[in-house]
Design a protein around this ligand. Structure first.
Ligand code: NAG
Ligand code: NAG
Length: 358
C-alpha cells in the first residue's frame, strides 16, 4: 500500500505543516511519527484467509489465475470461475493447487452459469457449515478501437462482460455476503478513473464499475459488507488481455464494417497501427502480477481495509498511468488531454484526412 495516494497521508501531512506554526519542529515530527505508527498498526492489522470461502471470476489467466493460486497457498477455500474449464490456466490450477480449490465453469454473461454456481456454493456452505467470505469480481475483456469505427456490437460485447457480468455476479452473491458480513472486491483498473482515447468500451466499463462500487459501498454499509476496489496500473501486457489474437480479429472486423467515408478519412495504415501500438506496449507492463494478488490479499485480510488498493505496475521506476490518475483531478483537463494524447498516440501516423497534427 502506498500512503502517498491516500487521504490519511495528506491529512496528517497537512496537520503537521500547520502545526509547525505553533510548535517546534521536533514536536511536530514526533506527533507525525506517532500518527503514522497508529495508522500503520490500524491499517495493517490482519486476520487470516485460512479456511475462508472465496469466489474469484476470470481465473483462466491473468490476475484471477494468480490470485487463485496465492489464496490456495494460504489455505483459503477457493471457487475459481473459469470461462473454459479446459483452458490451460484452468488445468494448471487443477494440477498445482490443493483440493481446497475447485475450478467451476463460469461465463458471467450467462444467467444459468451464475445460478448454477449459486447452487454449488449454497450446498457447499450448508455441508461445511461455513460462510462465503468474499467475491472477487475480476473477469474482464480489454478492447482497442476509436468510437467512430467501433461497431455498436463490440461496445455491447465488452460492456456485457465487464459491466453487466459484474453486476450479475454481485447481485447473485450479495445475500451470502450480507450474512457473513464479508467482502466484495471489484478489480477495475486505473482506467476506472482516467480516460484513455481508443479504449472506449473498456474504459467506460471500468468507470462504470468504479461508480457502482462507490454506490454499493454506501448501500451496504449498514450490513457491514466491505466493498473494495482493486485498481491495477500498467500490467495489461502481462495478463494475456492484450496478447491474444482477438485484438487483430476485432480490428479486421472494424475495418471491414466501416463505411467508405471512415476508410477514406482514417486510412488502413492508421487503423492497423493499433496492432503495432499493442505490441509496443506489452513490454512496458510490469510482469509481476503477484503484486496485484498481494494487494487483493491485503484487501481480503485487513481488519480495516482501504476503500481502494491501487497497485502501481509498469516496468519503469514509476507507473505513469497511476501517477496521471492520481494527479488528474487536480490538473486542468487541457493538460491531462495533452499528456494522454502524447502518451497514447506516440509514434502514430495521422489519420489521412486529419486537419491537425496531434
Ligand atoms: C459466454 O456467453 C456468451 C453469451 O452471453 C457467448 O457469446 C460466449 O461465447 C460465451 N463464452 C464462452 C467462452 O463460452
Ligand atoms: C462491482 O461492480 C458492479 C458493476 O460493474 C456492481 O454492480 C457491483 O455491485 C460492484 N461490486 C462491488 C463489490 O463493488
Amino acid at each position: 500500500m502506498d500512503y502517498f495516494s491516500n487521504a490519511y497521508f495528506l491529512l496528517i501531512g497537512f496537520v503537521l505543516l500547520s502545526s509547525t506554526v505553533v510548535m517546534p519542529y521536533s514536536v511536530s515530527l514526533s506527533l507525525l511519527a506517532i500518527c503514522f505508527s497508529v495508522l500503520y498498526y490500524f491499517k495493517e492489522k490482519k486476520s487470516t484467509i485460512k479456511d475462508k470461502v472465496v469466489i474469484i471470476t476470470g481465473c483462466d489467466s491473468g490476475f484471477g489465475n494468480q490470485l487463485a493460486r496465492l489464496l490456495d497457498s494460504k489455505g483459503a477455500i477457493v471457487f475459481a470461475g473459469c470461462l473454459d474449464e479446459k483452458s490451460k490456466g484452468a488445468l494448471d490450477l487443477k494440477m498445482h493447487c490443493t483440493e481446497n480449490l475447485r475450478v467451476v465453469k463460469l461465463n458471467i454473461t450467462l444467467d444459468e452459469d451464475v445460478i448454477n454456481l449459486c447452487k454449488i456454493i449454497e450446498s457447499f456452505l450448508i455441508k461445511s457449515s461455513k460462510e462465503l467470505w468474499a467475491l472477487v469480481n475480476n473477469a474482464g475483456l480489454n478492447f482497442l478501437g476509436e468510437v467512430e469505427w467501433t461497431p455498436l456490437q463490440l461496445f455491447e460485447k465488452v460492456l456485457n462482460v465487464n459491466m453487466y457480468g459484474t453486476i450479475r455476479m454481485s447481485k447473485a452473491f450479495l445475500p451470502f455476503l450480507r450474512k457473513s458480513q464479508g467482502r466484495l472486491i471489484n478489480v477495475t483498473s486505473v482506467k476506472g478513473r482516467l480516460s484513455y482515447p481508443a479504449n472506449g468500451p473498456y474504459t467506460m466499463s471500468k468507470h462504470a464499475i468504479t461508480t457502482f462500487t462507490d454506490q454499493l459501498r454506501m448501500e451496504l454499509k449498514p450490513f457491514n459488507v466491505k466493498v473494495i476496489l482493486a485498481e491495477p496500473g500498467n500490467f495489461g501486457g502481462s495478463t494475456g488481455m492484450l496478447l491474444n489474437n482477438e485484438r487483430e480479429r476485432e480490428l479486421e472486423i472494424m475495418w471491414e464494417s466501416s463505411s467508405d467515408d471512415v476508410k477514406e478519412t482514417y486510412g488502413k495504415e492508421y487503423i492497423f497501427h493499433y496492432l503495432k501500438a499493442i505490441k509496443n506496449s506489452i513490454p512496458t507492463a510490469n510482469k509481476d502480477l503477484n503484486l496485484v494478488s498481494m494487494d487483493i490479499l491485503k484487501a481480503l485480510t485487513a481488519v480495516h481495509p482501504y476503500v481502494r488498493y491501487t497497485t502501481g505496475g509498469s516496468c519503469f521506476f514509476y507507473d505513469y498511468d497511476k501517477l496521471l490518475m492520481n494527479v488528474s483531478p487536480y490538473l486542468p483537463t487541457v493538460l491531462i488531454d495533452y499528456l494522454m494524447t502524447k502518451y497514447c498516440y506516440a509514434g502514430f501516423p495521422n489519420p489521412i484526412k486529419a486537419l491537425k497534427i496531434r
